[in-house]
Design a protein around this ligand. Structure first.
Ligand code: GLP
Length: 238
């Protein structure tokens, strides 16, 4: 079931998501949080950090990571996760994983990541942004709704969107590792956030469109508890 919350501002969105996270993490002693990069979840991390909770026992699994970047590149998601999430929330960096960060062979990185998530007892709550193409994680249109963590090529649209973080579009990696849609659907609760008019078509397709791999985010319609938190602009085509 999909619940939709239309909020006045991003701070409200952050507070609602933080409430959901606190509730989900309270359900077991060693809970797991599904982490998302991008600008959209930043108010969530800010709202959670304000609560000064002891989150050192929480395990984190990021949705995705670029492939082919040197270790420690400032735009690698490992670095972004440590900077934007692990540090402000006081997570234990050793308990936080990003796909491919174990240094093993790339070809089996997806299977190893899936095994790590399973060993942690699954993900209790997954935070999601949404790309203009309707992608979640880096599951671009055409991704199987049953997909698991794997190596993918990025679309030109997503590379163009993410070029703002790099000196030029040529510096944006061409490939990534991403949790699959099936992986994402296994999380206990999904919380998808979107702000701004540019996300309105993707939000409408995800929430009200047909269930289709042309809009990977429409897969949230299959989930028993998906909460979509949007501002007025992102909700404008609903
Ligand atoms: C990237 C990430 C996605 C994210 C999307 C939107 O492509 N892999 O997980 O949802 O960007 O980013 P933003 O929230 O900055 O618009």
């Amino acid at each position: 079931m999909t619940e939709i919350a239309i909020v006045d501002d991003q701070a409200d969105a952050g507070r609602i998501a933080a409430d959901l996270i606190v509730a989900a993490l309270g359900r077991r002693t060693d809970p797991t949080l599904g982490l998302a990069t991008g600008s959209t979840p930043l108010p969530v991390w800010a709202a959670l950090a304000e609560r000064s909770l002891d989150l050192s026992a929480v395990r984190g699994f990021a949705l995705d990571e670029y492939v082919g970047m040197p270790d420690g590149h400032p735009e690698s998601y490992r670095v972004v996760v440590d900077r934007d999430i692990v540090g402000p929330l006081g997570l234990d960096p050793a308990r936080v994983r990003v796909p491919g960060d174990d240094g093993g062979p790339l070809a089996e990185a997806g299977e190893r990541y899936e095994a790590a998530i399973a060993a942690a007892g699954g993900i209790d709550l997954q935070i999601l942004g949404i790309g203009r193409t309707g992608h979640i994680g880096f599951n671009e249109p055409g991704s199987s709704l049953a997909s698991r963590t794997r190596l993918k090529a990025l679309t030109p649209a997503t590379r163009a969107d993410n070029a703002r973080f790099f000196d030029s579009i040529d510096d944006v990696p061409t490939h990534c590792l991403t949790q699959g849609i099936g992986t994402i659907l296994d999380a206990g609760v999904l919380v998808l956030l979107a702000f701004g008019e540019s996300k309105a078509p993707a939000v409408a397709a995800a929430v009200e469109g047909p269930l289709t791999s042309s809009c990977p985010a429409s897969a949230i319609q299959l989930h028993r508890r998906a909460v979509v938190i949007v501002d007025e602009a992102a909700a404008s085509q609903l």
